[in-house]
Design a protein around this ligand. Structure first.
Ligand SMILES: Nc1ncnc2c1ncn2[C@@H]1O[C@H](COP(=O)(O)OP(=O)(O)O)[C@@H](O)[C@H]1O
Ligand SMILES: [Mg+2]
Length: 299
């Protein structure tokens, strides 16, 4: 009998990679994070007891059912939301508001529609007071990195969804952040474009000294991209598990059928339950017979 592979089984190469990763400097340190919202409906504890370290150049994905606090967490990291308690350090510096050390890419396209792609990419550095001459040549380099060098004079409405997101990534990177915060950035793309974007993102990550914190609810996407996956439980949002992905790098989509990938996916499926799995709709009360003339069962 062949013993089935566990997601915890790491090949020597994968284990060595994790040992190296954990020896790198701490880029993001979250300690004792707690977030409570007061709303008309009452009090919601969105995040509780979040403690987490992400290392330099690590790729971490966050998974969890809707409402478990993923966006709240990333908004706190971005400095767009203040925690009720606890602390976030980026490169050792406390987060007290938005800053250029953190770049954000959301699901909805965040490009300025009245600026060309190149002007969008130059916007952040220009605001920071860099010279336009430097900005022009740097913008071209960022656009080449995301494969959009031919489209620098295009306006966002002339680009496909995937190209817009690549431009948004280039714009975030142009500020030279230490960490890229991405909240379901590929959620609105069709499956094929989404896969292409995942491959692109890994390529970019390989070429740039950047740490990536990426929210998704797609298990395949999380496994394909991540070093580690942070799994959150809902109500209150808290850490369920941090999974080390045993799939070797470099990655390609063929690995989706590999034993390591499948073992990780089946583990994630057992710990992440679809929303309302306890509240299945009931069809018992349907007036069967009025729906069809045929006295026949399809089952
Ligand atoms: N501004 C807010 N005011 C009140 N409640 C909020 C606010 N933002 C988020 N919440 C609540 O916090 C919980 C976590 O939300 P969110 O972080 O958006 O989850 P996710 O991104 O995982 O779907 C939810 O119950 C949500 O209703
Ligand atoms: Mg969300």
């Amino acid at each position: 009998m062949i013993a089935s592979l566990s997601y915890k089984d790491q090949s020597p190469g994968v284990k060595a990679r994790f040992d190296k990763l954990k020896a790198r400097p701490k880029l993001l340190e979250i300690s004792g994070l707690y977030k409570r919202f007061h709303s008309k409906a009452g009090e919601v504890v969105a995040l509780q007891d979040i403690n987490l370290t992400v290392h330099r150049r690590e790729f971490m994905c966050v998974l969890g059912q809707s409402g478990c606090g993923k966006s709240t967490l990333i908004r706190i990291l971005a400095g767009l939301e203040t925690p009720s308690a606890g602390q976030v350090l980026v490169d050792g510096n406390p987060v007290i508001g938005p800053g250029r050390d953190r770049g954000m890419v959301f699901q909805s396209y965040t490009l300025f529609p009245w600026l060309t792609v190149k002007q969008n990419v130059m916007y952040g550095p220009r605001m920071a007071g860099k010279s336009d001459f430097t900005n022009q040549s740097e913008a071209r380099q960022w656009l080449a990195l995301v494969g959009l060098d031919k489209f620098e004079e295009s306006y966002p409405h002339q680009l496909s969804g995937g190209m817009k997101q690549r431009a948004a990534i280039a714009r975030a990177l142009a500020n030279e952040p230490r960490i890229l915060l991405m909240d379901e950035p590929f959620g609105a793309l069709d499956p094929q474009t989404r896969q292409q974007m995942q491959a692109y993102l890994l390529q970019i990550w390989k070429n740039v000294d950047i740490t990536i914190f990426f929210i998704t609810h797609d298990l395949d996407e999380a496994i394909f991209l991540s070093d580690r996956i942070l799994v959150l439980d809902p109500r209150p949002g808290r850490i369920r598990e941090i999974v080390e992905v045993p799939v070797p790098r470099p990655r390609d989509h063929e690995q989706i059928r590999s034993p390591e990938f499948l073992a990780t996916k089946s583990h994630l499926e057992t710990i992440i339950h679809p929303e309302d799995s306890h509240a299945k709709p009931s069809f018992d009360k349907l007036p069967i017979g009025r729906m069809t003339d045929v006295n026949d069962s399809v089952e």
